[in-house]
Design a protein around this ligand. Structure first.
Ligand code: ZN
Length: 472
């Protein structure tokens, strides 16, 4: 049977007042609504192979929630669990729906399990609806670059130490963005890595900028009649543009990207976060959600119109596995974390929040030297997809793209689990926020994470490229 496609969405906007996810410094729940949050579902099916993309306006999707969505989605359709992926835009203006240890107790008490279960139900329902809406379709693909929207927040000084720059004034951000993109351009397809630090940047106190990945690969889906149905776009930038005091619910710039795309092209756009662990917006606050998001949406629209060809039959395959992510040597034990918690005193203090966070992680580690995490890959024609389970530093994604057997590869982060930052070995040596042994993050993912993700992801892509359908 030739290609069929189905699209559906559901609303996952939380109640005003809910605790929000993404910033540890927030001390009260949300106070307003800028735009509604959604989960968008695209199902493709061709010759018995199928894939289902679920893109949510959330900071992340924890493994249990992702498993429930995949399981329930599979029960209501002929899709297997392996064929369904669930990812997050990483908006920092959505709900916190799990009792995360970093929350002060007053906010943790507001976390709603009812919201979470309703969300799982709604998304499972949308998967069923998309499956039920399958219709003959044509698919094409393309890739483009959206310049100047992001920079690498981990510049390095002359001594080789990371000097975090979470936010930069425009001249420095623009210079860092340009320098980072030039670095990425010098990573050859088929090669192994490339230059990772720029020459000193005068606008940025002579720090060396890190790599920025401007690529916005796009999958285009038309109905058989030639009407736009849906596009899936992956882009690597933290959804932290923000507005006002940061307490209004919002999809952040990805919502604006979808708005622009849909006003230009029609159809529906799904947004997946690329490897944005160290990639942040060049522009912040005021009208920057529009500035960043609509520029991306317009660039994606250009790529849509420039898709060279559409096909109505193609190989589709998926693989779902686990990858062993090494725990850093000498990771804190549960007993040590309990001791810290006893010493921290006031349960709202920064020390107590850090100790609770550590205890939660130490209990998860339970003395293991590595932890199995989900990793997912798919093929749609000549396009490869890898779904990684946390916030991935850009160089990991670039290495997968470089050596992928597919001409276009989407490397989607925050897929099927949320395990914190996934860093390169070099970033771990250089320090800074993401490898974070000294911060509330206290990263669980140690040296060797990079090789595990790159090599496992590539092995799965090769298998899909060579073998055609998997898990049909
Ligand atoms: Zn983040």
């Amino acid at each position: 049977m030739s290609l069929q496609a189905g699209y559906a969405m559901c609303d996952i906007t939380p109640a005003i007042g809910c605790p929000m996810d993404g910033y540890g410094a927030r001390d009260h729940g949300s106070t307003g609504l800028e735009d509604r949050l959604q989960a968008r579902v695209l199902v493709l099916e061709s010759d018995g192979g199928a894939v289902c993309f679920v893109c949510t306006d959330l900071l992340g999707v924890d493994e249990e929630t992702a498993d429930q969505v995949r399981q329930r989605g599979s029960e209501g359709t002929e899709l297997s669990v392996e064929q369904i992926m669930v990812c997050a835009s990483h908006t920092h203006f959505g709900p916190c729906y799990r009792r995360r240890a970093y929350l002060p107790p007053s906010l943790a008490d507001l976390v709603s399990e009812e919201y979470r279960l309703n969300m799982v139900n709604a998304i499972a329902g949308a998967i069923e609806e998309a499956w039920g809406a399958l219709q003959p379709a044509r698919v094409g693909w393309n890739t483009t670059r959206a310049h100047g929207l992001t920079f690498n927040r981990r510049p390095v000084d002359d001594e080789g130490n990371t000097q975090m720059r979470l936010v930069l004034e425009a001249p420095a951000a623009v210079a860092a963005s340009r320098a980072g993109a030039e670095l990425a351009d010098a990573w050859p397809k088929g090669g192994y890595g490339g230059p990772r630090l720029s020459a000193p940047i005068p606008e940025m106190e002579n720090l060396h900028a890190g790599v920025t990945d401007n690529e916005a690969p796009l999958l285009r889906v038309d109905t058989a009649e030639g009407e736009p149905l849906a596009a899936l776009v992956t882009f690597a930038c933290h959804a932290v543009v923000g507005r006002g005091d940061g307490y209004d619910i919002s999809a952040d710039y990805p919502g604006q990207a979808r708005w622009a795309f849909e006003h230009i092209v029609g159809g529906r756009m799904l947004f997946a976060a690329g490897c944005a662990g160290d990639q942040v917006p060049t522009w912040r606050r005021e009208d920057s959600r529009e500035r960043v998001g609509r520029a991306l949406g317009a660039q994606a629209a250009k790529a849509w119109y420039e898709v060279p060809e559409l096909v109505d039959a193609l190989p589709i395959g998926t693989i779902s596995r686990t990858v062993e992510i090494p725990v850093p040597e000498g990771y804190v034990t549960a007993e040590q974390a309990r001791q810290m918690l006893r010493e921290a005193g006031d349960e709202d203090s920064a020390e107590a929040r850090q100790a609770r966070s550590l205890l939660e992680k130490a209990e998860e580690v339970g003395g293991r030297t590595s932890i199995p995490r989900p990793i997912w890959a798919a093929r749609v024609g000549d396009v490869g997809f890898v779904g990684l389970p946390g916030e991935v530093l850009v160089e990991i994604g670039l290495q997968i793209k470089q050596r992928s057997p597919f001409p276009i590869t989407h490397v989607c982060s925050l897929t099927n689990a949320y395990v914190g930052y996934l860093c390169t070995d070099r970033a771990i040596r250089e320090g800074g926020y993401e490898p974070g042994r000294g911060t509330i993050m206290f990263n669980l993912n140690g040296p060797g994470t990079e090789a595990a993700l790159v090599e496992t992801g590539l092995a799965m892509l090769r298998e899909l490229h060579g073998g055609g359908e998997n898990n049909c």
